[in-house]
Structures are given as structure tokens and as C-alpha cells.
Design a protein around this ligand. Structure first.
Ligand code: NAD
Ligand code: ZN
Length: 609
């Protein structure tokens, strides 16, 4: 399928003449737009179609491709249609010339609809984004769209549609974003069909397709671009560009939240009721998500004081938590209670803690947990959430992420709203953890430290936490001097410090590769890390040597040969997942990591594991 981008560029825009040639951070707006479209790597070709010699010359000057339109055109689509008439292409994407921050995500989304089951029915695709501000909704400059349940457009309007006669009806307004992906035929049809009344009245060109019975599929994108419609927009855009630069520089300064309240000590679990009491909101329950290791009359359960309509849910940690599981729990809670819960309390290992964090986020944020996998995508503060670890090592009790397997990736919901509001560290809760599990989860902590301390992102902050945790792990797993009681308390603190260490740096190769294995084979995080780490002597010589001693001392069997029977496709997916974790590789191997860790190299490493 040949896909091209066309950027219609008219010099004399009515509201802001000459806007495309205005300066945006040292280059004309139109050049910025062209470069942004090109940089997405989604297109076989990118062209500017223009009526202006000035724009034509400017684009050629910057090494781009420009086409002069022969005729005068009323709208961008006509301008594009004329240009592609004799081209051999399948899909033509119309990128707005005045949207210099066109995001790859939005374009990917609009193109992806042609891969869906109903692709045959689609003449063209376009984008919409959620609107919440009534001022914007009622502004005729923003075009609203309504869709049917398959997201095919029903109508576009400058009026608020639907009209909110019932002020309490739960409607989501969508703004139409002027990005289209046309099948070539649809575009040519448009060119030859005369304008009708609805389009003429609203001055919205895509209405013409509806008037002629074409199907427009809408994709949702929530990335906000900045359209340059007015001189004020240009000022905003210049500011955003500058901030963008500052942000990439500032990446070395992270401003991250830490758990604001923590209580530590044997038996401190019994503080739970008094800690929760002030957080209780009227009729809103506390929901306890508890690892099902405690299900059968475990004494721990008697120590949880359920009040009023509080609810206790046992959850299995057999499988790593998924976005589907989070969505289901949230749905169940919403259907059972009229009130948003007073809080979510997670009691268990990394799996349950992550689940509790994700559920608390999804109780206040719309859509699926999968929409928020990534960095800083969460929009609203989570409900109050408390973490109570019953096994130590992952650092999930202190981290800013919740790791979930989703439909297309295994990735954390990494946000300022993720960390717990309260953590209860009671070493006694870890009594009863089976030896192998204790080891695998404990090694997660050890590996966090090794990867953080050997990474290129290391700074004094992560080093101080990392070194402490590393020393504690050595003491716990290699010296013979600690009593069990001491060891439990120390491992709990090692887990905490290891988590803090990666908060200001990153993990590395073992985690990147282990994510690939977990995603494809369902291997648990701690085990996956150990399988990989065992083979990383070339990258972390000292850490791996110590690790091997620990394995020997506790006679742990690290699974071997788990990838040797994998299909080509499975290995490819592992590689895909691993390589997508760019910050981990950059931390481990530096900026040039791609030349060091090629797909072939990764494949040969996986096949040995
Ligand atoms: P886990 O939560 O998967 O639990 C492992 C096993 O131990 C389960 O069978 C559980 O039932 C059992 N268990 C837990 N406490 C017990 C107790 N006191 N007594 C007896 N059995 C007990 O293990 P984990 O290693 O703590 O967590 C792994 C998960 O953590 C993975 O899903 C991983 O992705 C996630 N993780 C998250 C972060 C983060 O920062 N959010 C960091 C690392 C790992
Ligand atoms: Zn880990």
C-alpha cells in the first residue's frame, strides 16, 4: 500500500495572511510542518501543494518536495486532488499546513483504521479529540463531530452537537481535527462533485462526503497540537517550542513525587484502621485488594477491620496483572457502588500493589488502562491508595509506575498520580513466603541496583539509594550473620531503596529483555529477570558473578532453555517489546545503544536463554 502525505499550503489564509511563512523557532511554520510529517516515517513521500511561489521556493530550499497547484481552489482537498490525480498511490493523508506540531501518534491512529475489519467500508478516515470546556464546545471556530457506535461520522457542525437539552446527560463532545486519510478514489470523487447546501452553510468541507453518502471513520486522538490560526497562536507555539527544548534538556532534572507517608516496623499493620479512618468519605467504601495467598482463614484477614460497606477482594498473583483485569475490577466496583471509593488498599506482592495503583487511577480517569500505558498520560488524580507489601524486592511500594500487560505492550502507567499516598511496611507480613519466591523477588531488587549503578543515567541521588540497597542485598543473600527477623526487615528496606534508586535513573538490559520474555511466555517478572541476568556477564560482570554465588548458596534452579523452542514470530515479538524500551537501553549502553544492541545480537542472546 503506497501512502503519501500532502500538505496543502495557501499563502493568503483569510484570518491570518502569510501565517505559513511566519517564524517559528527560526524556521517558517510550513517548513516545521513539513519536517514534522517527514520525521514520522509513516509516508512513502511527503509533498507541499501550494499556490505560492514563496512557499514553493522555501520548501525546495530546505530540501523538501513541493508542487505548484495549477488552478485556484476553494479548499485544501481540491488542491490535493489536483496534485494526486496522476499519481499512483493508495492512501493520501492530508496534513494541515498550519499544524506544525502534528504528532506521529495522531497520524498513526488515522492510518490504522485501514487495517481494521471494516476497512473495506471506509472511504476516508479522520481524527477527533475529546472536548470538556463548554467555552470551546460552543465556539463556532471549533468543529464538532458526532459518531455512531462504530465511530463512523454522523455529522460535523460548528454548533454544539448534540444540543444539551438534558444538562445531566453524560455526553462526550468531540472536536474534529483536520487530518484526513483518503482512499485515492474518495478524494477524486470529492474533486468532481459539486458543493451542496450543508457544506456551504457550515463551511466544513468534509460534510460534502456525508452529503454524497461516503463513510468517514473517525479515530480518537488525545494528543493536543497547536493550530496556528491567529497571531496569538503563533506566540503560544513559539513558547511551546521553547519549552519543548527546555523539557528535553530538563530530562536530566526529574521532579518526581515520593510516597508522602510511610510507617515501618514489625506489627505496624495494625495501624491500618486508624490510618484509614480520617480518609473515609461518608458512604464511600474502602476496597481491599488482597493476594489470594491469604485467602483461606489466614490470620491477617481477621486483622482487617471491614466497616460499613467496605469490600475485600482476593486477587490471584499467578499471572502478571493486565489492563483487562484492571478494567474489569474498575467496572465491577463502579457497578456495585454509587460512590467513588474512599480508597483502594493493595495487600500483596508487586502484582497486587501494581493492580491497586492502576485501579485507583482508573476510578478517576476515563477509558481503558491501556490508554495510559506510557509516561505521564494520566490526567486526573487517582483515588486515595495504600500499599502494603507482603513480599520484598520489586520496589513497587515506592515507585512511580504500575507495570501492566496490555493488548499491544507490557509497559507501566508512569505518572505523578501513580505512587501510593500511604505505605505500610510490616516485615512480619513477609513470613511464609516460599524460599524460591523470596529469592526471585529479592533478586529483582538486586538487579535494580546493578542496573541503576552501572547505568549512564546515574547521579548522586540514585547512587546513594542504589549503593545502600546493593550492600543490603549482599548482606542478606551472602553473609551468614543475619537472623531471619533481621533479614526480613533489611530486605524490606532494600526493596524501598532499590525502587528509589531507579526513580532517578533507570533499569537496564535485564529488565528490557525480561519484559520481552514475560510478554510472550507469561514468565513472572522476578523469574524472567533471573533467567536473563544469568547470561549478562559481559555487561554486568561484577553483579552477575555475585548473583551466581547467591544462586548457588540457596540452590535455586534458574530455568534454562526457555526460548529454544520458541517460534520465529515469538522471538520477533520478544525483540520488539525489548527494543521498544528505549530509556532502558540508553541507560545501559548510552546514546549509541542501537548500534551495539542490534536485532541479530538480541536474537542470539534470547536463543541462549
Ligand atoms: P507477586 O506479587 O507476583 O507474588 C509472587 C507470589 O508470592 C504469588 O504467588 C503470591 O501469592 C505470593 N505471595 C506474596 N506474598 C506472600 C506471603 N506473604 N506469603 C506467601 N506467599 C506470598 O511477586 P512480586 O515479585 O512481588 O511482584 C512481581 C510483579 O511486580 C510483576 O508483575 C512485576 O511486573 C511487578 N513489578 C512492579 C514494579 C513497579 O515499580 N511497579 C517493579 C518491579 C516489578
Ligand atoms: Zn524489576
Amino acid at each position: 500500500m503506497k501512502i503519501i502525505a500532502m500538505i496543502p499550503a495557501r499563502y493568503g489564509a483569510s484570518r491570518f495572511p502569510g501565517k505559513l511563512m511566519q517564524d517559528l523557532g527560526g524556521k517558517p511554520v510550513i517548513v516545521r510542518t513539513y519536517e514534522a510529517a517527514k520525521a514520522t516515517n509513516l509516508f512513502d513521500e511527503v509533498y507541499i501543494v501550494t499556490d505560492s511561489e514563496v512557499i514553493f521556493t522555501e520548501i525546495e530550499l530546505h530540501g523538501g518536495k513541493a508542487i505548484m497547484s495549477k488552478k485556484d481552489h476553494d479548499c485544501g482537498s481540491d488542491r490535493i486532488a489536483e496534485a494526486v490525480e496522476d499519481m499512483d498511490v493508495d492512501i493520501v493523508v492530508n496534513v494541515q499546513g498550519d499544524e506544525p506540531f502534528t504528532s506521529k501518534e495522531g497520524l498513526e491512529q488515522v492510518l490504522s483504521v485501514f487495517e481494521g475489519e471494516d476497512a473495506d467500508k471506509i472511504d476516508l478516515a479522520s481524527l477527533m479529540t475529546e472536548m470538556h470546556d463548554w467555552k470551546e464546545i460552543s465556539d463556532p471556530n471549533s468543529v464538532k463531530v458526532i459518531v455512531n457506535k462504530e465511530n463512523f461520522a454522523l455529522y460535523f457542525s460548528r454548533s454544539p452537537i448534540p444540543y444539551p437539552r438534558d444538562k445531566n446527560a453524560d455526553v462526550q463532545y468531540y472536536k474534529h481535527k483536520g487530518i484526513y486519510a483518503f482512499r485515492k478514489q474518495a478524494l477524486m470523487d470529492f474533486y468532481h462533485l459539486p458543493m451542496r447546501t450543508l457544506e456551504a452553510a457550515e463551511k466544513i468541507e468534509c460534510i460534502r462526503y456525508l452529503e454524497y453518502g461516503k463513510n468517514i471513520k473517525m479515530a480518537i486522538s488525545n494528543t493536543q497540537g497547536i493550530e496556528i490560526d491567529t497571531p496569538e497562536d503563533l506566540i503560544r507555539a513559539n513558547k511551546a517550542l521553547k519549552e519543548d527544548k527546555d523539557i528535553s534538556v530538563n530530562n536530566k532534572y526529574r521532579n518526581f513525587p515520593m510516597v508522602p507517608k510511610v510507617v515501618f516496623g514489625k506489627g505496624c499493620f495494625d495501624q491500618l484502621s486508624s490510618i484509614l479512618a480520617p480518609q473515609r468519605k461518608n458512604k464511600a467504601p474502602f476496597i481491599f485488594l488482597v493476594d489470594d495467598a491469604f485467602e483461606n482463614d489466614h490470620p491477617l484477614i481477621d486483622r482487617i477491620n471491614l466497616r460499613f460497606n467496605d469490600k475485600l477482594l482476593f486477587v490471584s498473583a499467578k499471572e502478571e496483572p493486565t489492563t483487562v483485569q484492571v478494567d474489569q475490577i474498575v467496572k465491577d466496583i463502579k457497578s456495585e457502588f454509587n460512590y467513588k471509593p474512599s480508597g483502594i488498599i493493595g495487600i500483596g506482592g508487586g502484582s497486587i500493589l501494581d493492580l491497586a495503583k492502576a485501579v485507583s487511577i482508573m476510578l478517576t480517569n476515563k477509558g481503558s488502562a491501556a490508554d495510559y500505558q506510557g509516561w505521564d498520560l494520566v490526567k486526573k488524580k487517582a483515588v486515595y491508595h495504600v500499599g502494603i507489601p507482603t513480599i520484598s524486592g520489586t520496589g513497587a511500594e515506592v515507585s512511580r509506575t504500575t507495570v501492566l500487560s496490555g493488548p499491544v505492550r507490557k509497559l507501566g502507567i508512569n505518572s505523578d498520580y501513580t505512587p501510593f499516598d500511604q505505605v505500610i511496611l510490616d516485615p512480619n507480613l513477609t513470613i511464609g513466603v516460599p524460599k524460591n519466591q523470596w529469592f526471585f523477588t529479592g533478586m529483582d531488587c538486586f538487579i535494580h541496583c546493578v542496573e541503576s549503578l552501572n547505568g549512564t543515567f546515574l547521579n548522586a541521588f540514585s547512587e546513594s539509594y542504589g549503593e545502600k540497597a546493593y550492600d543490603l542485598c549482599n548482606e542478606i543473600f551472602l553473609s551468614d550473620e543475619l537472623s531471619e527477623v533481621e533479614s526480613r526487615g533489611k530486605l524490606m528496606m532494600a526493596s524501598w531503596h532499590g525502587g528509589m534508586s531507579i526513580a532517578y535513573s533507570q533499569v537496564g538490559i535485564a529488565h528490557a529483555m525480561s519484559y520481552g520474555i514475560s510478554y510472550v511466555l507469561g514468565t513472572k517478572h522476578g523469574v524472567g529477570n533471573c533467567i536473563v541476568f544469568d547470561h549478562l556477564g559481559d555487561y554486568y560482570p561484577e553483579g552477575v558473578a555475585l548473583f551466581k554465588k547467591m544462586v548457588e548458596k540457596y540452590q535455586i534452579e534458574i530455568p534454562q532453555g526457555i526460548c529454544k523452542d520458541c517460534t520465529e514470530k515469538e522471538i520477533e515479538t520478544m525483540i520488539e517489546i525489548a527494543l521498544s524500551l528505549v530509556p532502558l537501553w540508553e541507560n545501559a549502553l548510552g546514546e549509541d545503544w542501537e548500534s551495539i544492541m542490534t536485532r541479530e545480537k538480541l536474537k542470539s542472546m534470547y536463543l541462549k536463554m
